[in-house]
Design a binder for this molecule. Structure first.
Ligand code: AMP
Ligand code: MG
Length: 323
């Protein structure tokens, strides 16, 4: 009896094996990968022109981003110490900028987030790469200008360099004609207009990227002390229904503010004791920054149905993975 079950399981696995190779062998893939490669080159160029220093990624650390939504635990043990796999480098970014010699940094940062199965929604992967940047002394207006400049630079670059690839994919490039500055809306005004699915609805109606500001989320995004209960943070939304492409904020950096916000979020202060110690000593500088997903940008640029269409191997939640 058992062998039959095994046989069935094996059959299923061999089918998935087949599908895996079909995914690797799609004729669209080399065009998508080429466009992504040019996109990353343009991002690096823009960062260099703006004097932003590239840092190599940290992939495991004793603390990582607590995030604003639940993901499954993903811990490792090494030399008797517990490590999390990087969900984002937010704390590392803040600590790097404690250096008097570094003001603007970015990381092409692999993130692992064991997203729950319900996140199988066309835009979540359980591992992805984000371009994560942080600037000392910056305000949200500085980040808006910087990112708008980046999007414009990168999209113009791709349009110029990748005409053949777009033709091969059978898509136009008018979605890459962006006008800056992008419009800004608060979460509250969009929610009042469109209800709880405001991001999806507003994105579907839009033909230009836009900002949504003022989200209540992770403790490290700064509260507006002149307007308590409001937050100096932002998401960049890709239009035509592609939804969130970037999140960022001005950061909390003062000891009492960090403690207050961590308490509000019911966080384990002990796990963050060394981060808190740095804040107590006034060593965390005032910064603002953001991170945007590479695969999400590639998906928008290449106008693909779902994020899984731009990766070589399936990394969307709720599947069986052979490689
Ligand atoms: P966050 O600060 O958590 O919003 O992450 C920064 C950016 O990374 C997001 O705006 C997305 O572009 C991208 N991102 C976050 N989570 C995922 C995911 N599970 N799969 C793909 N991209 C993601
Ligand atoms: Mg986000």
């Amino acid at each position: 009896m058992k062998t039959y079950v095994l046989k069935d399981e094996r059959k299923r696995e061999l089918k998935i094996l087949d599908k895996t190779l079909q995914k690797v062998g799609r004729k669209e893939l080399p065009h998508i990968l080429h466009i992504q490669q040019v996109m990353l080159r343009a991002v690096d160029e823009y960062m260099s022109k703006k004097g932003v220093t590239r840092i190599m990624p940290i992939m495991i650390a004793p603390i990582t981003d607590p995030l604003n939504h639940d993901v499954e635990e993903c811990e490792l043990e090494y030399e008797g110490q517990k490590f999390d796999i990087t969900r984002s480098m937010i704390f590392h970014k803040q600590i790097i900028l404690s250096s008097p010699y570094l003001d603007k940094i970015y990381i092409v940062s692999p993130n692992v987030r064991f997203e729950q199965e319900e996140k199988e929604d066309k835009r979540h992967l359980f591992e992805f790469t984000q371009i994560d940047f942080e600037f000392k002394g910056a305000t949200m207006d500085d980040i808006f200008k910087f990112q708008e400049g980046l999007v414009k630079y990168v999209f113009n670059y791709i349009k110029k360099e990748c005409a053949d690839e777009f033709k091969a994919l059978g898509i136009g490039t008018s979605h890459l004609d962006v006008t800056v500055p992008f419009k800004k809306y608060t979460t509250q005004e969009l929610q009042a207009k469109y209800g709880d699915d405001f991001e999806e609805t507003a994105s579907a109606k839009a033909t230009q990227p836009f900002w949504i500001i003022n989200h209540k989320r992770e403790f490290y995004d700064a509260e507006d002390l002149e307007k308590p209960g409001n937050y100096r943070n932002y998401d960049l939304i890709w239009p035509y229904g592609y939804i969130e492409g970037l999140s960022g904020g001005e950061r909390e950096y003062k000891y009492d503010r960090i403690l207050t916000r961590m308490k509000e979020a019911h966080m384990d202060g002990n796990a963050f004791r060394n981060y808190i110690q740095l804040a107590k000593e006034g060593k965390i500088p005032k910064t603002a920054g953001a991170g945007f997903g590479v695969e999400r940008m590639t998906r928008f640029v290449c106008q693909q149905k779902e994020i899984d269409d731009v990766t070589v191997f399936t990394r969307k939640p709720g599947k069986t993975y052979l490689f």
